[in-house]
Each structure stands twice: as C-alpha cells, then as structure tokens.
Design a protein. Structure first.
Lengths: 290, 179
C-alpha cells in the first residue's frame, strides 16, 4: 500500500524539526516513495501540486533565509543602558572593599614612579558625590569588560592601528593613545566607542596575552568636576578594576590577572596618558583645577 | 547572582533582535522594550524555574510587555523619546552588508502583522519548539501552527509573488538624526 501524502501542517512541522521520531519516519517513508516514483518516471501522485520534497525544501530555505537576514543583528554592540538593570543595585561592600584595599594599594603605590606626581597635585578627596560618580564609572567599565571580552567573533569594533586612535581621538575629542603592548605580554587587539555620559562618549581598548586573558582599558571624561584620584582597586570576581582620575578624565583597567600585573599595566598607561597632555579639552570649563 | 547576570547578558542580542522585529525597526522603542524586559526579568527571577533555556521565558515577558505597551499607546497615542544620546549605531553598516534579497526579506517581514512576525521569529529564527512558542505567546499550539503557516505563505507572496514591492526598510528610526 502506498503511503499517504502528509498534510501541510505535518510537512511544516517536519521542516521545523518538530516531529517525534515516529512521525518523522512516516514523512521520510513518503519522501522515499516519491523519489522512487520520480526515478521510474511515473506520474506523481500529487498531480499538479508540487512534490513533498520541494515543499519541505522551500520551507527550510525560507527558515534559513530569515535566519541569515537577521543574524547580523546579534553581532551589534549592546548599548550600556541595557546592562544597567543587570548590575546589582547597590553594592556597599564595593566601597568598603575599595577603601580597605586602598591602604594596601597605597603601600604598593609607593613603588610607583607616579607617586610623587599624584601626591603633589592630587590629595585624595572622597566626597559623597564623587564617590557615586566613581561607582558609576567603575560599573560602566566592569560591564563593558564583561560584555565584550568573552566575544569570540567580534571583541573589538575597530582593530588596532592608526585608524583606531585617530577615530577614538576624534570622537572623544582628546588624544587617545593605545600602547601596542602592556607589561605581562598584553598585546593590543583594538577598541570600540561606547556610550558614557551625555556628551561624553567612552572608549574601550582591549588587550590580550598569550594565554588568551583579556584586559580592557575604559576611559571617558567625568560628568561632574571630580577630584583627582590616584590608583584605586575594586576587586571583583573574577576581574578586578584599577581606576584613577587625572585632569577630569577617568581611567579604568579591568582584567582577571594577578594584581601586581594589573598594577604594572596601569602604571604604564598612566605614564603614557600623562605624557600626552590632553589640556586642549573641549569641555574643560568643568575643571576648576586647584 | 553571577549566573543570573551572565544568563541575562547573553540573551540581550536575541532580545534586541526580537524587540526590533516587533517594533518594525524602531531602535529606540525596541531598546526601551529590552530594558523593560530585563528589569522585569530581574525582578521576577524567582519565577523562572531554571528548566531549559531562559530565552523562551524572556520572550514571553517581552511579548506581554509589548502587548501592554501597544494597548497603552493606542489609548493615549502620545510618545516620549527621552533617550540617552547613543554613539553612532552600526546597525546601518551591518545592514549594508546584507544582500538585496535579505533586505527584501526583512522588508517583507515588517509588512506582516505582529502576531505573524512573532511566530516566525520564535520558531524559524530562534528555533523555539511549537510548544515553547505557544507558551511564550500565551496561545494554543494549534494557533502557533496556523499563524506560522499564514506567515510563511504571506512572506512567500511578498518576496516572490507579483505584488512584491520594495518598501523602504526602517531599520534606523527616521526621527533620529545623526550627529
């Protein structure tokens, strides 16, 4: 007895992979029967209708076309505002930990070449507002790290090269330097532009070492006048963030690496950014420098 | 906590895509919807049983929010676009890389009614089972199948039929000026 032609719903479910094994087998029995007929040159049982195999192929081709047309949307960078709801609402422990660690880092900072410079013109002042602004800044840096470093296909928007720094410098309206390497075998991959604060876009640079560990540098202009801050650390799991503020610009270095190594990298960045004087800031009106 | 954060972060691109198809390419509206969905997911995290993928559950939240949103919008027909200034969005560049056929297909997709678009997205693109899609949309499985069937033949006609037109694709919201 010849198998029954599957109805339209069954074909669709088959094309979508929704049938259980038994019902899939029924469809396949019919497909074999149809193929045998075609091979023998017999009149197909469907008359003028298209063959079952053609219908299934058309359905699957349409699925595939839709998937391909919509696939590029998945690669688009996620705006930072969408990550806000995911951040833990308030993390008093972060501030406490930061303060506690500051003591330890302060001791470590004693070895920094930058120590004097920092001490001379930037006493560490932590007002309530500044602290909140800094928390927000650090959170943005952490989120940008968390979102983009795991990305296998498109971790950076623009690969390293002169285009990268030219573009970021133009968009942030200040010289952006991106050292090719940082201590610990970290090599520059590239970077991207991110929403920061209104009128103050942020830049992210990404580095990778030979073991595939990725480290990000996040920087933007601070929204409000902010006292300068020397190196601080926010320990995290797994990635920790070093941050500092220099001449109204916030810098954060985030990575899942030993603290000493992060500190070395942070030091090099600090030096590079101090050497490149960004005094020609467009928004420098907000900077009552003492 | 870390798990929840990671699970949700991974789903954001899929949520954005779904939202954009629902909102016919209006990016700002779409991202508002994603944001609301994420907020609700965080608040209602306990309701997700941790069985299977979290994605169908998120889609169901988004679907319900969208339905509510449309009801409110129809009632008051006012709109506020208070969004943060975005960086220049690469959606345009991304779509420019697409072939003309893909652009036609996307344009045709936007001409379907929302319920038809939804089933296509959930089943054909996101790979949800009929049962999962039915749960996400709050309709019987039979409805999912009949909508799918209609969606497919309409899409087929729009792209291959004689009445195939090429309306401008609204991936970028025309109201948002650049620069």
């Amino acid at each position: 007895m010849n198998p029954q032609r599957p109805d339209r719903d069954t074909l669709m479910a088959y094309a979508d992979g929704q049938l259980d094994a038994a019902r899939s087998a029924e469809v396949e029995r019919y497909l074999e029967y149809e193929a045998r007929l075609a091979l023998n040159g017999d009149v197909p049982p469907h008359g003028a209708r298209s063959s079952v195999s053609a219908e299934i192929a058309a359905l699957q081709a349409q699925n595939l076309a839709l998937r391909e047309a919509l696939a590029p949307m998945l690669d688009e960078p996620v705006p930072a505002r969408l990550l806000q709801p995911l951040a833990p609402p308030a993390r008093p422990w972060v501030r406490a930990a930061a303060v506690a660690l500051w003591i330890g880092v302060g001791a470590a900072a004693g070895s920094l070449a930058t120590r004097e410079a920092l001490q001379q013109n930037s006493p560490v002042v932590t007002t309530q507002n500044e602290s909140e602004g800094m928390q927000h800044f650090v959170r943005q840096a952490e989120l940008a790290y968390a979102v983009y470093t795991p990305d296998a296909r498109r971790p950076v928007e623009v690969r390293e090269g002169s285009d990268l720094t030219t573009w970021l410098s133009r968009r942030l309206q200040r010289p952006i330097v991106a050292p090719d390497t940082l201590p610990g075998g970290l090599v520059l991959m590239g970077g991207r532009l991110l929403p920061g604060m209104p009128g103050k876009p942020a830049a992210q640079l990404m580095y990778q070492d030979a073991q595939g560990h990725r480290v990000t540098v996040y920087l933007r202009g601070m929204a409000k006048p902010t006292a300068e801050i020397s190196f601080r650390i926010v320990p995290g799991k797994p990635a920790s963030t070093f941050y500092w503020v220099d001449r109204q610009w916030g810098y954060a270095l985030t990575g899942d690496l030993p603290r000493a190594q992060l500190l070395d990298a942070a030091r090099v960045l600090y030096q590079r950014y101090t050497a490149d004087d960004p005094s020609a800031l467009p928004g420098s009106t907000a900077a009552p420098q003492a | 906590m870390a798990d929840r954060h990671q699970l949700l972060t991974e789903q954001i691109p899929h949520l954005r895509r779904y939202a954009r198809v629902l909102h016919a390419g209006r990016m700002a509206d779409a991202d508002d919807l994603v944001q609301d969905t994420l907020e609700r997911a965080v608040n209602k995290w306990g309701l997700w049983r941790g069985v299977g993928s979290v994605r169908p559950w998120l889609f169901s939240i988004m679907h319900n929010l969208f339905v509510d949103h449309c009801a409110v919008r129809n009632a008051q027909a006012t709109e506020s676009l208070d969004e943060l200034p975005d960086a220049a969005h690469p959606a345009q560049a991304a779509t420019q890389e697409l072939h003309l056929e893909a652009l036609e297909l996307l344009a045709a997709l936007q001409r379907l009614t929302v319920p038809l678009r939804e089933v296509l997205l959930l089943v054909a693109v996101e790979g949800l089972s009929y049962t999962e899609a039915a749960k996400a949309l709050g309709v019987p499985t039979g409805t999912v199948m009949s909508r799918l069937s209609r969606a497919r033949s309409q899409l087929w006609q729009l792209t291959n039929g004689e009445g195939a037109q090429r309306p401008a694709l609204r991936i970028i919201d025309g109201q948002r000026s650049v620069g």
